[in-house]
Design a protein around this ligand. Sequence first.
Ligand code: HEC
Ligand code: HEC
Length: 422
Amino acid sequence: MYRRGLCLILATLMTMGGCQQQTRSTSPHSTADSVSPAPSVPSAPRALTLADLDIKTSDFKGGNIQLKDPLDEDEYYCFDVFGFGANAQTVEPLSVHTCKPEGWRDATFQMDYPKPGQIYLPAYDLCAQATRIERGAHIMLETCSDTPLQQFIYRADGTLEMLPRHGRDAFCVVVHPADGIATGGPSHLRREVYIYNCDRIDAALKQWVLPSGAPALAPHDGIKLAPPAGPPIPPEMGPIAGLYQAVCSGCHGSNGEGNLTLQSPKLAGQSEWYLARSFENYTAGILGTRDGDRWGSQMAYHVSDLPSSIAADLAAYIQLMPDEPAAPLVSGNVANGKQIYDEYCALCHADDAMGLQALNSPRLAGMSDWYLLRQMHKFKDGRRGAHEQDIYGAQMAAIMGDLDTDQHMIDVIAYVNTLSSR
Ligand code: HEC
Ligand code: HEC
């Protein structure tokens, strides 16, 4: 970016050609084939054109963010920085402009970068950020950060939705319904972009086509590339990964490994169907609402803003995380524990304690043992499994009547720990 700024100043004083060559030669992706001849040097000063200023690059992955419907613009509308080249105004809200044929810098965006859910403009090292999550808010370019205002969820219906907030309308990135404003050239139109209620605007004004392209961005001047947190993700999972990394990873870890200090259990390796149900139960007030359920209520509080409809996507994303067995912290009489397990638990949780979906029983082996122990206590004293809609928890709570002492619980978990290393 700095090199480019300098380059443009020099370009206005001297010629464009040398400058472009300099930029290209720093591109790690430049090949002899991709370097086109420098534009011919004009003999007399002339007005700079778009082609002079917007250095076409092949060193960014990503590309146009295009409105699916052309509306009144045959060449389609694409995300754009207002103005262009040296005149680009990153302090102005983002707008859409007639799409440029290839990856012009000011219209080349990288999705899910630097972190999932973010929309990155490599030429300026900035991220798209809503001014508010409210109708009428604009989208600015700001320093990339973890704010939810930079989290955009790409939905299957083509909408770009802001991070959902519980009990509030869903807000989407939309373009203004009024005709495009001419900006010069044969067909150069511009429209405002802003945030609006997803369900109150025509599909034509809210459906986008995103750049595909590999998630990796070539390193270039001024941008320090941090690898995105968490497991590698297929592009369609970017938004949900962004949400997980923004909301859940602080407690459960970016790879779902769990965090004892925060009393947050390991999620990686747990069955998809169980994770989805458990998350839904937390958002629905079925889990984490009993008096004395300190940690359950902490979990419930932090997801109370989220819709239960994302449970399946979250659970699918967690399946991508590496499943390292949790460190065993509970030890006891394993032989005694095996006896109890075989008699009371194996039927539902399976001999290897990997869980049985047919009986709705989750995996226990290799998961956070201190957490399992706490759950058994909660099932026994009614902090879990007593809610009238917690039908599966109730089954588990009924079993706990048969386990008389704390030592029985410790022994059985100690035995489960021996299974996790297999
Ligand atoms: C403030 C910390 C915190 C945040 C943020 C948080 N959790 Fe939790 N979560 C917990 C704690 C603590 C528990 C265990 C509660 C208990 O002991 O009953 C838990 C339990 C769970 C469970 C149950 C696991 C099991 O094996 O039964 C799931 C699933 C879960 N969290 C998913 C998520 C997801 C997905 C997010 C993000 C959308 C999230 N959590 C955000 C702290 C958190
Ligand atoms: C009748 C079937 C059944 C039997 C027998 C059973 N469980 Fe469960 N268990 C369940 C179900 C169903 C759940 C899931 C509850 C839910 O969805 O909230 C569960 C959940 C659990 C959990 C919580 C896991 C988590 O990630 O939150 C633990 C721990 C557990 N069982 C341990 C045991 C142990 C130890 C035994 C034997 C003493 C046992 N269970 C016997 C059905 C059973």
